[in-house]
Design a protein around this ligand. Structure first.
Ligand SMILES: Cc1cc2nc3c(=O)[nH]c(=O)nc-3n(C[C@H](O)[C@H](O)[C@H](O)COP(=O)(O)OP(=O)(O)OC[C@H]3O[C@@H](n4cnc5c(N)ncnc54)[C@H](O)[C@@H]3O)c2cc1C
Length: 380
């Protein structure tokens, strides 16, 4: 069924990562969940072992792996049952901005540190009054005496506390067309005028340090512009296919994990003298979920292959983003119901996954936004 062309090297990488995560991550996850953050040291350990930025070329410290290495990292991270160490955001969503749009100087300055885990990255687009409608952002970037002065506030920024470098979207207020006003900038965490705000208390993703970021007369050299001035929107659009595909692979892996745990639970827990799984209604529920996951997997694997062939699949990826996110939430809800009062206990592994999966129909474009992208392409 698996159509992805994994090689022996991919399999060996997966085994090495699995072993690393079982000793360096899984034992600490409960602590990180109650700390509401992961320690910086785990980023460095991941980097030292070669598990960050697998796609970055050798020239900049990586090993130039294909997208299947990213898929492996996402799938194995899911098995640790937490979302705090958001490697996929760093490696497959934010760092690619530097790889694609960075100058040679920017690449040499930042990419090696991203690979080793010395530089943790975040991307800051969302503002208190600007989420889906990014064009309405109000953060400004004004050129002044050879520098750029940034003012504004960002919110819901993943890796917001741990980040060392931020890809920030801000507008030139002198440009009327909002789509031509946005540029991207690289902001180092210790730049005067840049302040990390509150770590947000969330329904799920407890170990993830999602935070507010504030910029007050934050002056950066013009050389920190990432890509061309006024091209921020185009750059964001260019990177959305991979960003959303990463979320799809991640959500699908969580759904598989929840179902696999629930299946075991139903096999091993007797009710009325026989295992739960002996009941036809439980069997039918499990079968329905297995089927949905199987259908989803076929779709996602095809998208991964197309993505690796550099084919544009924006509409299909939007379909997958909303459908897989909704399906994973359906699976999480049904599984939680099937385990009875266990599903209300913090010690039940699927409780955390049920909380964590909720956000997938919100971030990286809500399900409604995905449907409007698809509808527009169909010109109904
Ligand atoms: C845990 C978490 C992590 C995040 N990480 C990051 C990050 O690292 N960096 C970052 O920049 N952002 C991040 N975000 C923000 C995220 O990208 C936004 O939440 C998302 O874009 C939606 O914006 P919003 O929440 O403001 O919702 P809104 O845009 O206010 O939407 C509210 C509701 O209206 C609906 N809606 C909006 N517009 C339309 C429309 N045109 N048609 C139909 N329905 C519509 C939406 O679907 C939604 O249901 C994160 C969010 C969360 C929750």
């Amino acid at each position: 069924m698996d159509i992805l062309p994994y090689s022996d090297n991919h399999h060996a990488f997966r085994m090495k990562l699995r072993e690393f995560l079982s000793s360096e991550v899984t034992p600490y996850v409960d602590q990180w969940e109650s700390d509401h953050i992961v320690p910086k040291s785990i980023w460095k350990k991941m980097g030292q072992e070669g598990f960050l930025c697998t796609a970055v070329s050798r020239e900049y410290g990586g090993f130039g792996g294909d997208f299947l290495y990213s898929v492996i990292v996402i799938e194995e991270m899911v098995k640790t049952n937490h979302t705090g160490l958001m490697v996929q955001l760093h490696s497959d969503i934010v760092v690619p901005y530097i790889e694609s749009f960075g100058t040679e100087i920017q690449k040499r300055r930042y990419l090696p540190g991203c690979v080793t885990g010395d530089i943790v990255m975040a991307v800051a687009m969302t503002e208190p009054n600007s989420g889906s409608d990014l064009a309405s952002m109000t953060s400004t970037a004004v050129e002044e005496e050879g520098q750029v002065v940034i003012n504004g506030a960002k919110t819901f920024i993943s890796n917001g506390i741990n980040c060392d470098l931020v890809v920030l979207a801000a507008k030139d207020p002198s440009v009327d067309d909002p789509h031509k006003a946005v540029s991207l900038y690289l902001i180092e965490a210790d730049t005067p005028g840049f302040k990390k705000g509150n770590r947000l208390e969330k329904l799920g993703m407890h170990s993830q340090d999602t935070a507010e970021l504030f910029f007050t007369n934050c002056r950066i050299p013009q050389a920190q512009l990432l890509g061309k001035k006024g091209h921020g929107f185009i750059q964001l659009m260019q990177k959305l296919q991979q960003e959303r595909l990463v979320c799809v692979i991640w959500a699908l892996a969580i759904a598989k994990n929840i179902l696999s745990w629930t299946e075991d639970y139903c096999r091993n827990n007797p009710k009325f003298g026989k295992p739960l799984a002996a009941s036809q209604s439980v069997q039918f529920s499990l079968v329905e979920m297995l089927t949905e996951i199987r259908i989803g997997t076929a779709f996602v694997h095809q998208l991964i292959i197309n993505h690796m062939q550099r084919k544009e699949r924006v509409i299909d990826t939007s379909m997958a983003k909303y459908w897989i996110s909704d399906m994973a939430n359906r699976v999480a809800n049904r599984c939680l119901s099937m385990v009875g009062n266990m599903g209300m206990r913090e010690t039940c592994p699927i409780v955390r996954m049920w909380r964590d999966i909720r956000v997938f129909s919100i971030f990286a474009g809500t399900s409604e936004i995905m449907k409007s992208i698809i509808a527009k392409s169909k010109a109904f």
